[in-house]
Design a protein around this ligand. Sequence first.
Ligand code: NDP
Length: 282
Amino acid sequence: MKFMTQSGQAVGPIGQGTWYLGEELDRFPQEYAALRAGIEAGMNLIDTAEMYGDGAAEMLVGDAIQGLDRSKLFLVSKVYPFNAGRRNIFTSCEDSLRRMKTDYLDLYLLHWRGSIPLRETVECMEELKAKGRIRAWGVSNLDTSDIQELFAQPDGLHCAANQVLYNVSSRGIEYDLLPLMQEHNIPVMAYCPLAQAGQLHRGLMRAPVLQEIAAEHDATVPQVMLAFLLAHPGVIPIPRAGRPEHTLQNVQAAQLKLTQKDLARIDKAFEPPKRKMRLEIV
Ligand code: NDP
């Protein structure tokens, strides 16, 4: 259940998000350095979208990968739902490729479900694959019933990923969506893995259980949050860091192995779901 780059490298267990990056000129050098530091430290997956800063994040990614061996990177972008049909998707994809200064995407995702039928989106994605513009396609923000509908479409099982909100305080997918994706060996990309530095859950970064576990492992709370996600098979967190020191801490989180005792303590403070929860979306 792992992504591979075009030249056959396994994709690092943690990727790099880019929402809100590339939007401010004065932050550009620091954000460029953050992405570059991540790549150099082995974070070869970069997640972006045509939506982010109206293409500004894709342009930053394009700059950050200059001079690197493209075949060892795994670049992901997303198409707006209203562009995910025959009329616009081919232009959207070309625009993303141009901004990212590359000639193919490793993974192209439907950003969320809109009014264009899934069947049409899948057909177009398959055409993009056949043309070599993308290596694989997937979806984002699709809950269990949407995923089941997708799988029932012709070629629907070619779906290579579902990118959804998942972090220690938003665990609803563990009830049914995550097991469904695991059963089909399709990775789940965990977005907002740090709950946007706690903005999605007030006080999260100061939660005693996370602070205690972090101290016991000589780690930070964000690292514990990433390690929590990595303890779930088939989950790839994609934290966004706008500064290199954060990127490097995030890379190191892959070395942090939480014990069963740690995970049980987390379960006590942040209970896993006991019933179906509607998929959270930001
Ligand atoms: P995250 O949960 O990744 O949180 C980002 C925040 O965490 C930033 O403020 C960042 O600060 C901070 N941070 C990162 N690393 C550290 C660290 N080691 N220590 C302390 N703080 C840290 O939020 P995002 O919403 O950005 O989600 C991640 C990615 O997922 C997005 O960037 C995007 O690529 C994707 N996404 C996809 C969605 C979808 O609909 N498919 C929706 C939302 C996100 P700083 O910048 O200062 O480093």
